[in-house]
Design a protein around this ligand. Structure first.
Ligand SMILES: [Zn+2]
Length: 275
């Protein structure tokens, strides 16, 4: 039974410019629960290209370069039905996103959390870290937007030490959003699910250690990840003994596995709604 004061929110995996499909999937799922979504958390590879020129600053093979649906949302022709908070992935128009300041709002009901950002929603503190890990670039500053023509596009897709430090400074969080999976989140018992999969060799080589350290330091109750285009759930135990729910989401083009719905009850507990 639904409680009167509970809050429902949704998490969404990689969108890759399919914003209409994201809305359609969310509305379809929302129609099956007796409640409205309060907000949506999106875990990167959102691809909010305003127009063709934004594709110039995205790292991606030519066949994946498409403007997608976002121009309609950017122009105000359509709006997301709920506030959508997103982080950056490794396929983003960083030439645009790195210029976003102030509230992070880039269209109606569409808010970028920044390279490392946080917000408070439904009484929860939510922290986001954009980008993926590259050990060779981790100590480097982000390349400047003015240098887009002379720098590799991929150089814009990595998070660095400053980003991680800023996320750590937020302190205790309720939800952590990352694009690339943290390391050591896959249970050995699930190793068979990861053989011959996209971007993975062995189940225990998946992910990056800095996202994992962030979990230890922020001790969120829930971690949301994208990037692998794979649905996966697990619970991990921190050194403190606390248990954290991990929710990895597939990509919107794969359908309903790209979504997760959660309920925040009156006491602030977060639980995933099945179905
Ligand atoms: Zn992706």
């Amino acid at each position: 039974m639904r409680q009167p004061c509970e809050t429902i929110f949704a998490a969404v995996g990689d969108v890759h410019g399919h914003h209409y499909e994201m809305v359609r999937l969310l509305e379809e799922r929302e129609s099956r629960i007796d409640s409205r979504i309060k907000f949506v958390l999106q875990v990167g590879d959102f691809e909010p290209h305003r127009y063709e020129a934004d594709l110039e600053s995205m790292a991606a093979p030519a066949k994946y370069r498409a403007v997608g649906d976002f121009p309609d949302f950017y122009s105000g022709e359509v709006a997301f039905p709920w506030p959508v908070y997103f982080i950056g992935g490794n396929h983003e128009p960083y030439g645009f996103l790195d210029t976003v300041t102030f509230s992070g709002q880039i269209a109606e009901n569409c808010i970028y959390l920044g390279r490392a950002g946080h917000t408070e929603l439904g009484g929860l503190k939510i922290v986001g870290l954009s980008g993926i890990f590259n050990g060779d670039k981790f100590s480097d500053a982000h390349p400047r937007v003015e240098d887009l023509l002379i720098r590799k596009k991929k150089d814009y897709t990595y998070f660095n030490k400053d980003d991680v430090d800023r996320a750590v400074e937020v302190g205790k969080a309720d939800i952590l959003m990352v694009h690339e999976w943290p390391s050591d989140i896959v249970a050995e018992a699930d190793r068979g699910l990861f053989e011959q999969q996209r971007r993975s060799l062995r189940y225990d080589s998946i992910g990056n250690q800095y996202a994992r350290i962030l979990i230890e330091l922020l001790s969120p109750r829930l971690v949301l990840c994208g990037h692998m285009h794979k649905k996966y759930r697990n619970q991990i135990r921190l050194r403190s003994g606390e248990v954290v729910d991990v929710c990895c989401l597939s990509s919107v083009h794969q359908g309903a596995d790209s979504l997760a719905f959660f309920r925040i009850d009156e006491g602030g507990a977060i639980s995933e709604i099945s179905g």
